[in-house]
Structures are given as structure tokens and as C-alpha cells.
Design a protein around this ligand. Structure first.
Ligand code: PLP
Length: 422
């Protein structure tokens, strides 16, 4: 056997999340037509959006030079120059932000943006010290968890839990206990949050921004589901930017996950570094997504599609899923759902559940319902006494309504069964 480097061991030898994703994939492949796939982060296929992608591909094929721009040339490592201009333009026009193309970089999906950003800012420093990314709230996006090239990168703060209804709660940043120690390289949060559907309030974002600024570190906000595209966000939340803020966006959740297009807005020095990293890791980024959406960004059509097609599509699905959960669980057992403010998921919490969420996940898998157990979303959080971490599951509602409804019914049956066995 070959000996792997430290880097190889960190990234090339599997991870909890890979295991889980693999498990989901295999269960799906071996299961029959009855498998209720409520596990993955696959966005829905929205017919109106697919029609737009089809139209755009046809336009590119017809347009002189369209095919060549889309498929037959390398873009500069930081992204197609006209695309970078268009992105800066839409944010200037929409929000009045003082940014230019020098504030914009493209990456191979949002996932790669985070891999680069986290390892750019945190980990082993030149003076031998080691720096961390501070998560002001957990649970947080599981895809960040294993990205550190030199080991664990994260430090997470326990949120406060506010009960906002008989079966509803919301996590809030616990500013009283949020400390930015000298080894914190950046603060990072997704908004809306995967897995909970939480949307940090404008006030929370403003306070995090002040905290970051006062400590001379960046605040990273992941807008994979956020405004202005795809805008899978059901509350009032103002997009936020400042000179020390790094924003990431993605074309995945508007319907182009296969195009692998991530977009970063940030300080020019960070943006230049991302371009260098793209050149080394991949020469250049996938150009198809950029070429498909370019005129939609230049004309502003992407905003209209987000507001009038994508957001209402998910808002309706979310409403149906919440209603289905209420019908399935009733008042027989204690259960809570995170207030659904965006993204594609219901985050269910079963206080004092007699089995762990991992066990619940296994039992559900036997019944052909695939969800994601909650514990892995609490990475970077070291308080083992916080049982809440084992009491939650994530359920996607991007699938067909009937599948979501049947899945929730079976989840409720298994939760009730677990309580009856006590
Ligand atoms: N950030 C969040 C919160 C996500 O949920 C995802 C994907 O599910 C990503 C980033 C990365 O998405 P992509 O690499 O497809 O842009």
C-alpha cells in the first residue's frame, strides 16, 4: 500500500458525510420505486426553469460564437470577464453596493469556494499558530465539516433555542457567549441555513458584521439559497455587504447544480487569491453555467425568475410539507419543527427522544424513508452534554408532495414507536 500524506489522510480517506451520502446513494440504487428520498440536497426540477435552460442552450447553439464560448475555450481562472462585470453590475444596481469586477470570482460550485476560502484564511499559519473558522450558530452546513487541509477547522457556538409556537422553534445567535478569540480567522454562516431553514435576522447579521470588523476578520455569508438568486427565502431579510464581508452565491439551487458554478463577492485581495487557487487546482472553471445565465443577469431576468418562479415553488412545497408534518405528528408525542424561513428542508426536533437520531435514521432506512440524522451538522461543537445534537433530523421537501407526505407519516410512526417501547 502507498503511504498517504497528511493532506491525503485528511481529504482522501473518507469522512462521516461521505459515508452518509454513499449510504443514501446505495439505498436509492438498490431500493425499489418505493424509496422516499428525503435525504439529499438535490434541488427540485422546476419545469419553468428547465424550459429557460433549454431556451438558453438553443440560443447559444444558434448564436455565432455561442458554442465556442460555452464549450471550447478556457476562461481566465477567476471567471469569464463579462460574467464578472455582469455580477458586479447586478449587485450595484439592486443594492447600491460599491463593487466592481475586482470584487468577484467564479469557482467550481459554492462547495469549492468554501474549500478555498477556509483553507486560505484558517488552518496552519506562517508563524506556526493555528486558526479557526467560528460558526456563530450550529447546526450548520455539513459540507463545510471536513474541508480543512490541516485538520479540524471549526469552532461552533451553542445557539439559544426560542420556542415560537406549540410545535415550532427558532435558533438564535447567543451573542452573550459568542467569543472571538485571537485564533479566530473568520466568522461564517449560511443564510438561509442548511439544514434548518433558519434565516439569521438583519440584526443578527449586523451584529456579526460589527464583531468581525472590530476583530479585523472577515464575515463569510453563504447565500446558496439566498437573495437575490435563487431567493428561496420566505421572510424579510436584507442582503448585506461591507468591505470586510465575503458573500458566496451558487447557480445550483436555482436549478443548475450540474453546471458547478459558484460566485464569490469579497475584498479584492481575497478574490485574487481565489483566482490563483482556481488556476492551481483546476486551471479554469466550468463555463457552461456562466454562459447560460449571463444574459439573464445582464437583463435582470434572473431576479424575476427567482421571485416569480423559484421562490413561490418552494414556498408552496414548504407549506404543504409543514401541514403534512402537523397531520402526521399531531399532539401524541413531543415534536418541534424549526421555523421554516428558507432553503429546502424541514428540521425536526424530538426532545428527549429515547433513541438517537442516528438510530431513528437506521429504522427509517429499513422502511425505505431516507433522511439525514442531525448530529453531523453540529461539527465544531464540543459540548457532549448537549443532547439536542442527537434529537434532530433533516427532511428535504424538494421531492413530490406525495413522497414527502408518506415519508413524514412514516417518520411520525417510527418516533411514536420509539416512545411506546420505553
Ligand atoms: N452552501 C450550502 C449551504 C449548501 O447547502 C450547498 C449545497 O447543498 C452549498 C453551499 C454548495 O453548493 P454548490 O457547490 O452546488 O454550489
Amino acid at each position: 500500500a502507498y503511504e498517504f500524506s497528511k493532506f491525503g489522510r485528511q481529504l482522501g480517506c473518507g469522512s462521516g458525510i461521505e459515508e452518509l451520502m454513499d449510504d443514501l446513494g446505495h439505498a436509492l440504487a438498490s431500493g425499489g420505486a418505493n424509496v422516499k428520498m428525503l435525504g439529499g440536497g438535490q434541488p427540485a426540477r422546476i419545469p419553468e426553469m428547465n424550459a429557460v435552460w433549454r431556451r438558453r442552450l438553443e440560443e447559444l447553439m444558434e448564436e455565432s460564437g455561442g458554442l465556442e464560448r460555452t464549450l471550447t475555450s478556457y476562461d481566465p481562472p477567476r471567471g469569464n470577464p463579462r460574467f464578472l462585470e455582469a455580477i458586479a453590475g447586478i449587485f450595484r444596481d439592486q443594492f447600491g453596493w460599491n463593487i466592481t469586477a475586482d470584487n468577484v470570482a467564479v469557482t467550481a460550485g459554492g462547495q469549492t469556494a468554501f474549500y478555498f476560502l477556509f483553507n486560505l484564511l484558517a488552518g496552519q499559519m506562517p508563524d506556526g499558530s493555528s486558526k479557526k473558522i467560528l460558526l456563530p450558530l450550529v447546526p450548520e452546513y455539513i459540507g463545510y465539516a471536513n474541508q480543512g487541509m490541516s485538520g479540524d477547522l471549526f469552532r461552533a457556538c451553542t445557539p439559544t433555542i426560542e420556542k415560537t409556537g406549540p410545535h415550532e422553534f427558532k435558533y438564535r445567535v447567543d451573542f452573550d457567549n459568542l467569543k472571538v478569540d485571537s485564533d479566530v480567522a473568520a466568522i461564517c454562516a449560511s443564510r438561509p441555513t442548511n439544514p434548518t431553514g433558519n434565516v439569521m435576522t438583519d440584526q443578527e447579521v449586523a451584529r456579526l458584521s460589527e464583531l468581525a470588523k472590530a476583530n479585523n476578520i472577515p464575515l463569510i455569508i453563504d447565500n446558496a439559497y439566498g437573495a437575490p438568486f435563487p431567493s428561496i427565502i420566505f421572510t424579510d431579510a436584507t442582503p448585506f455587504w461591507d468591505e470586510h464581508v465575503i458573500l458566496t452565491f451558487s447557480l445550483s439551487k436555482i436549478g443548475l447544480p450540474g453546471s458547478r458554478t459558484g460566485i464569490v463577492i469579497g475584498p479584492p485581495e481575497v478574490i485574487r487569491a481565489l483566482g490563483s487557487m482556481s488556476a492551481i487546482a483546476g486551471l479554469s472553471n466550468p463555463s457552461t453555467g456562466q454562459q447560460i445565465v449571463l444574459p439573464l443577469i445582464e437583463s435582470g431576468e434572473i431576479l424575476k425568475l427567482s421571485q416569480e418562479v423559484v421562490r413561490p415553488f418552494y414556498e408552496e412545497k414548504c407549506k404543504l410539507a409543514r401541514r403534512a408534518a402537523e397531520e402526521a405528528f399531531g399532539d401524541e408525542v413531543e415534536w418541534f419543527m424549526h421555523r421554516s424561513e428558507g432553503a429546502l428542508f424541514l428540521w425536526l426536533w424530538f426532545p428527549d427522544l429515547p433513541i438517537t437520531s442516528r438510530e431513528l435514521y437506521e429504522r427509517l432506512k429499513k422502511r425505505e424513508v431516507l433522511v439525514i440524522p442531525g448530529a453531523p451538522f453540529f461539527f465544531g461543537h464540543s459540548d457532549d452534554s448537549w443532547r439536542h445534537r442527537d434529537e434532530c433530523i433533516r427532511v428535504s421537501y424538494a421531492m413530490d408532495e406525495e413522497i414527502v407526505r408518506d415519508g413524514l407519516r412514516i417518520i411520525a410512526e417510527e418516533v411514536k414507536k420509539a416512545w411506546k417501547a420505553v
